[in-house]
Design a binder for this molecule. Structure first.
Ligand SMILES: Cc1cc2nc3c(=O)[nH]c(=O)nc-3n(C[C@H](O)[C@H](O)[C@H](O)COP(=O)(O)O)c2cc1C
Length: 324
């Protein structure tokens, strides 16, 4: 199944694993790339550019296929060493970068000069158009369903993807709520040229997270996510747990007066406790509604092979028979 996305990134299947904090390590990125998709290492999970260089080198020992690095630009009082991370990406010869969060404009010239393809993740058509205008090669369009930060517009993919298709010239992948062959075929029908998955890839054998995290995703239904930090206009979709209940109580009580400091305990520095130690109530962690479609923990190869085989079957079989 060749699309502009497979051609752009030199991958076999139009399936991308989005950057995920404390999940997108070399084990997962290499497994996805070895299975013919595009694996992505999450840059900021590595605390310094030096550590990112080591993680990229580690990934190289695990795959000879293309993989990318995610750079998430978040508002921060003390921002990470973004120029340092960009330098390492260039020096280590990574050829694909997934940017997310704030506008990546200031880093684009350096990336493009070194032949690096940039896919920017965005949650609205206007941001996708902006990404196209500043020279991004592709975009990942994240609908309201997505795990992580869906933005503040609340437009689900059934509307957002065809809107993006109507406006964009560069290729895009559908992100948010994608889990299986049905997702891929639907995404293609809506105008995307592939799909990006986050939550689905956490529940795989190679994802280097605690077993409790994988079991929590399998056990969750589509009703089990919550939106937090709406009053701060930094909305995040997370899996419901005791910490999230506590946080939402504070949001309700404080209303417009809520400040980040009020919920520090529930959101700051919680990822290692959850992803590595498996303490599932330690804080709020991103998870998509798509958890309701996830019932097993396959290898990345099994997952991607199954998606591709069933996608061909849907197109040739069920859909093909409708047009005869
Ligand atoms: C646990 C988790 C952590 C994530 N961390 C990041 C991140 O650091 N940077 C980023 O750009 N996106 C992050 N995302 C978003 C994913 O890359 C992807 O866009 C999203 O999960 C797609 O929605 P889905 O979960 O429904 O597949 C994260 C998602 C999850 C579930």
């Amino acid at each position: 199944m060749q699309t502009r996305i497979t051609q752009l990134f030199g991958i076999r299947h139009p399936i991308i694993q989005g950057g995920m904090h404390f999940v997108g390590l070399a084990e997962l990125a290499s497994a996805v790339s070895n299975a013919g998709g595009l694996g992505i290492i999450t840059g900021l999970t590595q605390r310094s550019p030096e550590l990112l260089a080591k993680e990229i080198a580690r990934c190289r020992t695990m795959t000879d296929k293309p993989f990318g690095v995610n750079l998430t630009f978040l508002p921060a009082i003390t921002p990470p060493d973004y120029p340092g991370f960009v330098k390492v990406i260039i020096e280590e010869g990574v050829k694909i970068v997934e940017t997310a969060g704030n506008n990546p404009k200031q880093y684009l010239p350096a990336l493009k000069e070194h032949g690096i393809k940039v896919i920017h993740k965005c949650t609205s058509v206007r941001h996708a158009l902006k990404a196209q205008q500043i020279g991004c090669d592709a975009v990942s369009v994240d609908g309201f369903e997505c795990g992580g930060h869906p933005g503040e517009d609340d437009i689900p993919n059934f509307i957002l993807l065809p809107r993006a298709a109507d406006e964009l010239e560069i290729p895009f992948v559908a992100s948010g709520g994608m889990a299986d062959a049905r997702s891929l075929v639907a995404a293609l029908a809506l105008g995307a040229e592939g799909m990006n998955m986050g939550t689905r890839f956490i529940a795989t054998k190679e994802a280097p997270v605690h077993e409790n995290v994988k079991q929590a995703i399998v056990a969750a239904s589509e009703l089990d996510t919550r939106l937090i930090m709406r009053p701060l206009r930094n909305t995040e979709r997370v899996l419901a747990n005791a910490a999230v209940d506590r946080l939402l109580e504070k949001e309700k009580a404080l209303g417009d007066k809520l400040k980040f400091e009020d919920i520090f305990g529930e959101v700051a520095g919680v990822y290692p406790k959850i992803m590595t130690e498996g303490k599932m109530d330690a804080g709020a962690w991103s998870c998509g509604m798509v958890a309701g479609l996830i019932h097993d923990i396959p290898t990345c190869q099994e997952l991607i092979d199954r998606i591709m085989a069933e996608a061909h079957e849907i197109v040739r079989g069920r859909l093909g028979s409708l047009t005869q």
